[in-house]
Design a protein around this ligand. Structure first.
Ligand code: FPP
Length: 236
């Protein structure tokens, strides 16, 4: 193994702990989500400073609709605000933004804002920031399989065309390399249906820090941990 300090090319993060962070302050949960969204903007810049090229976050899962109407509405308001500010900010930072997940369930104005943001930043060559919204890994795979079956029925593919690369290319993350490092904050040791196909060879890092408190130093600690590992993809 080389002694060189490696910066993971792609870091994926399960943002967790916004609610607990707010509770510690005797504030409503959405206060924590707002702090979490603000923190995300800072950590994205830190990620790019450290040399990370792809940064993917789990912002809203297919399960999160089960939260109270008040909380879901609050998160959507924060998201609208975030999307509105992001075009200028992304272009200033040369950042490309992509949304993964099943977007048709989102409100129309949010879908339009997503399309505008993706289009406006598509040629940027800096950090590629991927936001998972109404995302679930099994849902992503199900949608991909549906498309493949349709292509088979239409005679466009045959069984031998279905390779691992082909499947990867049908997922929402097509053209994005698999994460090297997956981080989950706030002490939960679970994957929660986030990128199940893509994290097959990723290193996992779990920390107790609540997401709004996760900062550049926390990210460096995660990368230090990543460097303590020898990744051999099952080989010797
Ligand atoms: C996890 O904390 C957080 C969420 C499920 C929502 C995250 C939403 C944002 C950061 C804002 C919207 C998104 C963007 C991209 C601006 P939790 O509520 O599960 O915390 P808890 O486990 O402490 O209750």
């Amino acid at each position: 193994m080389s002694d060189e300090y490696k910066i993971p090319q792609h870091v994926a993060v399960i943002l967790d702990g916004n609610g607990r962070w707010a509770k510690q302050r005797h504030m409503p949960r959405n206060f924590g989500h707002k702090a979490g969204a603000d923190n995300l903007e800072q950590v994205m810049e830190d990620a790019w400073d450290l040399g990370i090229k792809y940064f993917t976050v789990y912002a809203f899962s297919t399960e999160n609709w089960k939260r109270s109407v008040e909380e879901v509405t609050g998160i959507m308001t924060i998201l609208r605000d975030f999307l509105r500010r992001s075009i200028d900010k992304a272009n200033k930072n040369n950042m490309r933004v992509r949304i993964i997940g099943e977007r048709s369930r989102l409100d129309k104005d949010i879908i339009e804002a997503i399309e505008r943001l993706e289009e406006a930043t598509k040629d940027n060559t800096g950090l590629q920031f991927n936001v998972a919204l109404n995302y679930g890994g099994r849902d992503e795979i199900t949608r991909a399989v549906r498309g493949m079956v349709q292509d088979a029925i239409d005679g466009k593919i045959s069984p031998e065309d279905v390779t691992e690369d082909y499947i990867s290319g049908r997922l929402d993350t097509a053209d994005i390399p698999d994460p090297d490092l997956l981080i989950r904050t706030s002490g939960e040791i679970r994957i929660s249906n986030f990128l199940p196909w893509q994290i097959a060879y990723s290193e996992f890092y779990f920390c107790d820090t609540l997401w709004p408190d996760f900062n550049k130093q926390s990210l460096i600690e995660a990368i230090d941990y990543y460097n303590g590992r020898d990744r051999r993809f099952g080989g010797v």
